[in-house]
Design a protein around this ligand. Structure first.
Ligand code: G3P
Length: 220
């Protein structure tokens, strides 16, 4: 499963990109707004740091406006992905943009039938929001599994991008449910790597090595 960061913060992106495990970026109007900088320049900078897919969302709510904005966003960088909401206008925009050869991430997906519509519109990614479903006592991971099963049965090429990830457990659940990608906040990404026993193990290895460093010689 590919791992994306759900952020528009350049420092967070640079830090995780250095780990060599970052496959892409997703943003949304709220995340971009937090950075308080020019949208196009910010996305272009992100696309330079991360060579993988970088999602940038339209802010129009009508199909014509989304198509216009999507066609513009698509020129910002080779690896930019246009993000459209799962609304009738968003589906219409996705269908038109996909026919233009523009890759679209259809976002704000909360049901299997919505995901089917997104796929039929030609979506490159569909983003089911796991955390926001869990927030209202529905099973977000079960939705991922059902969409992945439906896409497999019908050989649908649209990729399932598990979004609205709140915890490392969501990442594991998304992977086991068959998501192609999980996109998560910086905080969750950092949590993935840390385990107290790993830290304790490194500490004890180093302590034992220090005791014999004069005997064992240098490594480099
Ligand atoms: O950016 C799309 C999605 O991951 C945002 O989810 O619930 O954290 O706002 P949320």
């Amino acid at each position: 499963m590919q791992l994306f960061l759900d952020t528009a913060n350049l420092d967070e992106i640079r830090e995780i990109a250095a780990w060599g495990v970052l496959d892409g970026i997703t943003t949304n109007p709220s995340l971009v707004g937090k950075e308080k900088s020019d949208f196009k320049k910010l996305v272009q900078e992100i696309c330079k740091i991360v060579p993988g897919p970088v999602s940038a969302e339209v802010v129009a709510t009508d199909a014509e406006g989304m198509i216009k904005e999507g066609r513009s966003i698509a020129t910002w960088a080779e690896n930019v992905i246009v993000k459209c909401p799962l609304t009738p206008a968003g589906l219409q925009a996705t269908s038109t943009l996909a026919k233009d050869g523009i890759r679209v991430n259809v976002t704000l997906c909360f049901s299997t039938n919505q995901a089917l519509l997104a796929a039929n519109a030609g979506a490159y990614f569909v983003s089911p929001f796991v955390g926001r479903l869990d927030d209202i006592n529905q099973d977000g991971s079960a939705l991922i599994a059902e969409i992945a099963q439906m896409f497999s049965i019908h050989a649908i090429e649209t990729q399932v991008l598990a979004a609205s990830i709140r915890t490392p457990v969501h990442v594991t659940s998304a992977a086991l449910a068959g998501a192609d990608i999980a996109t998560m906040p910086y905080k969750v990404f950092k949590q993935l790597v840390h385990h107290p026993l790993t830290d304790k193990g490194v500490e004890s290895f180093m302590a034992d090595w220090a005791k014999v460093k004069d005997v064992v010689g240098s490594v480099g």
